[in-house]
Design a protein around this ligand. Structure first.
Ligand code: NAD
Length: 479
């Protein structure tokens, strides 16, 4: 079994405790990683702080060149990196390849900012003065990431942090630490100076909390659940550390009677079952106009039945296992609860346990009808292959239902009516709206959650802004 260490100050460091990494398709442990103690986390932060001044002083083009070399190595090793993602998350290999390519595009995109981080020159209110606003790096950034995109989300945080002139301590999820470790090895090969990127693996409650408690980092960038985000924000308040939180979602998917119904069915299936339903912007609740509800449901259920569940390394597989037993049990509980409250499983509705599914965390792709807005399955994030469908009387009701949620990450609308479309742009309370298309953000957009789905955001120039602070200089030149 492979054994992995912590990356601190350019060295691979052993720890007293280790955590097993389990393949969710087989339940076999295939690697162990070091669990960083609080002292080791502090050492990683100290290494990042030590490396920071030299890294920040480098011309940005040299930092950009570093990111490009790193990206070239990710391309070189993309097959192995994709297999690693499949092994630790369980997502189908084709999706894992997509994750590696998409993730790598952040390295190249943010490398382009090596000549684009701009300040401002303003007229002064006094004679013989000039006013400047300089963008400057923060120093050390800590990043804590989830398990659903262990490679892409790591790069999503590292690339903007580094181009802005910060150093970073990254903590991946304890279930999926290997992709981050593999990226760490490539960083060393690419010539990223020691201490600029540090990787501490271990559980959230110990390693993660130690990182949040450290007062040196000037930004905690976190992607994960609402509950953990709230806990981190409370802890960060003690050190007055800035937080950027990308949290959970409960995206509404609205299908109007005037839309291209086949396109809506395809979009709704893709938006629900991508990565086994484990994406923060997944279609978590579908609202269908009553005039087309019957036809939509029939076509939707037929498409879901076609989804091939199985070994994620097989090319034909569309749905892999859930990432862990606890995630599997949570999803099953939502379904059984909904059924006991009157919902009906139009397809699926149970765990898969026979034959090739005897080991692993498998759930049948499920469609629930007869649900109501108050059921937990319509209110809480399912994060699995379960699609609850509800009928609505028209556009007004659909918008009201969509906004009836503490979450505000993403939303979907299928309509050709320009009036409905523009009113949705104005009225749906989400940070990311997809109209007449399925999910998939762009590197240069802004991925941001409204309401309890987050604070701050990632990607594009607005995402980069979180990794900078600004200094205003009043310069008098007749002294
Ligand atoms: P999680 O909150 O359980 O874990 C996320 C990370 O936080 C992990 O690295 C974990 O070890 C760490 N952690 C846990 N407790 C901690 C603590 N007390 N202090 C510090 N760190 C701690 O989330 P998850 O199960 O890994 O991910 C699924 C969630 O992430 C879903 O809610 C999903 O919607 C959300 N998510 C959001 C986005 C987004 O961009 N908005 C993207 C992906 C996932």
């Amino acid at each position: 079994m492979e054994e992995h260490q912590l990356l601190i100050g350019g060295e691979w460091i052993e720890s007293e405790r280790r955590t097993e990494v389990v393949n969710p398709a087989t339940e076999q442990a295939f690697a162990t990683v070091a669990s960083a103690s609080a002292e080791q986390v502090d050492k990683a932060v100290a290494a990042a702080a030590k490396a920071w001044p030299e890294w920040a002083k480098l011309p940005a083009v040299e930092r950009g060149a570093c990111l490009r070399r790193w990206a070239d190595l990710v391309d070189r090793d993309s097959d192995a990196l994709a297999r690693l993602v499949t092994q630790e998350v369980g997502k189908p290999l084709a999706e894992a390849h997509g994750e590696i390519q998409f993730g790598n595009s952040w390295f190249r995109y943010y490398a382009e900012f090596d000549r684009r981080i701009e300040g401002e020159i303003l007229p002064a209110d006094r004679p013989n003065e000039q006013l400047f606003i300089f963008p400057q790096p923060l120093g050390v950034v800590s990043a804590i990431i989830p398990w659903n995109y262990p490679s892409a989300v790591a790069i999503r945080k590292i690339a903007p942090a580094l181009i802005a002139g910060n150093t970073i301590v990254l903590k991946p999820h304890e279930h999926t630490p290997l992709s981050a470790i593999a990226l760490g090895r490539l960083a060393m090969e690419a010539g990223v100076p020691p201490g600029v990127v540090n990787i501490v693996t271990g559980p959230g409650e110990t390693t993660g909390e130690a990182l949040v408690a450290n007062s040196t980092p000037q930004l905690i960038t976190f992607t994960g659940s609402v509950a953990t985000g709230k806990r981190i924000a409370k802890m960060a308040a003690d050190n007055v550390t800035v937080v950027s939180l990308e949290l959970g979602g409960k995206a509404p998917f609205i299908v109007m009677d005037d839309c291209n119904l086949d396109a809506a069915v395809d979009g709704a299936v893709f938006a629900r079952f991508l990565n086994c339903g484990q994406v923060c912007i997944c279609n978590e609740r579908t609202y269908v106009h009553e005039k087309v509800a019957e036809e939509f449901t029939e076509k939707f259920v037929a498409k879901v039945r076609e989804l091939k569940v199985g070994d994620p390394l097989r090319e034909a597989t569309k749905i892999g296992p859930k990432v862990s037993r606890s995630e599997l049990e949570k999803v099953d509980q939502y379904v059984q609860e909904a059924v006991s409250q009157g919902a009906r499983a139009a397809t699926g509705g149970r765990r898969l346990t026979e034959g090739e599914f005897a080991r692993g965390y498998w759930y049948e792709p499920t469609v629930l009808t007869g649900v109501s807005q108050q059921m937990p399955v319509m209110q809480k994030e399912i994060f699995g292959p379960v699609a609850p469908l509800m009928t609505c009387s028209g556009f007004e009701e659909a918008i009201a239902l969509a906004n009836d949620s503490p979450f505000g990450l993403a939303g979907y609308l299928y309509t050709k009516d320009i009036d409905r479309l523009m009113r949705a742009v104005r009225d749906i309370e989400v940070g990311e709206l997809y109209i007449n298309r399925g999910p998939g953000e762009s590197i240069h957009g802004f991925h941001t959650g409204w309401k309890q789905s987050g604070i701050g955001g990632d990607d594009g120039k607005h995402g980069l802004d979180h990794y900078l602070r600004r200094k205003t200089v009043y310069l008098r030149y007749d002294a």
